[in-house]
Design a protein around this ligand. Sequence first.
Ligand SMILES: Cc1ncc(COP(=O)(O)O)c(C=O)c1O
Length: 467
Amino acid sequence: LQSTVTDLLLELRPSPHRAGRRAALENALRGAIRDGRLREGARLPSTRALAADLGVARATVVEVYEQLTAEGYLRSRRGSGTVVGGSVPAAARALGETRDRPRPRFDFIPGEPDCASFPRREWLAALRRVLLTAPADLLGYGDPRGVGELRAALSDYLGRIRGVAADPRSVVVFDGVGAALGMLGEVLVAAGRGSVAVEDPGMPFHREILRRVGVRVVPIRVDDHGLSVDDLEATHVGAALVTPAHQYPLGVTMSPERRAALIAWARRNDALIIEDDYDGEFRYDRQPVGAVQGLAPDHVVYAGTASKALAPGVRVGWLVLPPHVRDAVTVARAWRGGASQLEQAALADMLGRGDLDRHVRGRRAAYRHRRDLLLARLADRVPLLEVPGVAAGMHVTVRLPDGVDDVAVARHGPSASLALFPLAPHWSVDGWSGLVLGFSRPTERDFPAAVDALTRFLADQLSSAAT
Ligand SMILES: Cc1ncc(COP(=O)(O)O)c(C=O)c1O
């Protein structure tokens, strides 16, 4: 395997600049992992050996290994060097997945709500009202911040349900949080603040989107209280991307002390907190936890989406921006365009009539019921599994016993009609093994059977691992 790696790297075009050599090496390795030439588990040469082979500084190779480790393409294991990371190629492929093959019947892949319960009637009525009453301007290019009615409706809604301090001027609408984060990343890079801390474990989607626009991604450990601000203090990043209400994927809620420490860090360093509040509407056990943004609106970019409360197919997401980044992000958005104005206006209409609130309330009750059933069955039939952080959202992450390989377990899922997602690709640096179980995708009718199939499968997997 080592010779494969070396052959591959010998194809690098020489560059007189260190930055150029670094970028070429990084791209070559990333490309090779993505397209499968470097397989999962392949061990890379030591930084010293590779640097000598390529005639580059060892520091260049160290930086490239660190960067690709942060992105999840590589993993460094104590005592056994650097290997191609767990299922990261699978994660990368899953992110760019085409849906040519049907998924197994019982789908526990996280990330999508139950789209079968989309409020079609209300959406259609909203679209119809918009088309009948909106001025022709709605069909023009419109305001680069998005449709005014939606920005106004969102300011009210987010203030009411999430404690976000927003006025319509601070809201910019995009075709999803993914697009918004990419544009925000570009703005940070252009301002010379292109190092961003992300949670570890965290969302591969966050790391990938930021990396693609040239951000240096710095993973920071998450503990029971959320992102470790002590570790953050030791870095020199200009921003930290966090999921405080419901950490993705572990599910922990950032404690009040940690929130205060994070805000103090941002104030002291003139840094930005990027708060991804992807499923803030869905809390079950406690009083709703407000957004960090409400505590420090000048230091927080708040990101939200209609993808969980409604459906990803709607393609509407938003940022609430502090004044000092607002203009640059609006300019970036002006060049790219954003979400469909018709859909934005329809969403504003639904918000204004309370239809979205009603839909969310109904979904919250349904998801809570599903979560309770899933947890009860897991506790009953697979008591060995630990389930941290279950107060919110549409997924739970279960911890597998030490020595059980989550990637292998997920790979066996389809043999039991199960689509499963391992925890491995969420780690930047090696961590424990688990499964991220999204419980929103099976239909209402299928759900009990899906849970039965899942718990039976997990019990089998654990008992065969134990023997
Ligand atoms: C953590 C997180 N944030 C945000 C999103 C939503 O992104 P978008 O608004 O682009 O659909 C997702 C989707 O999977 C997510 O998992």
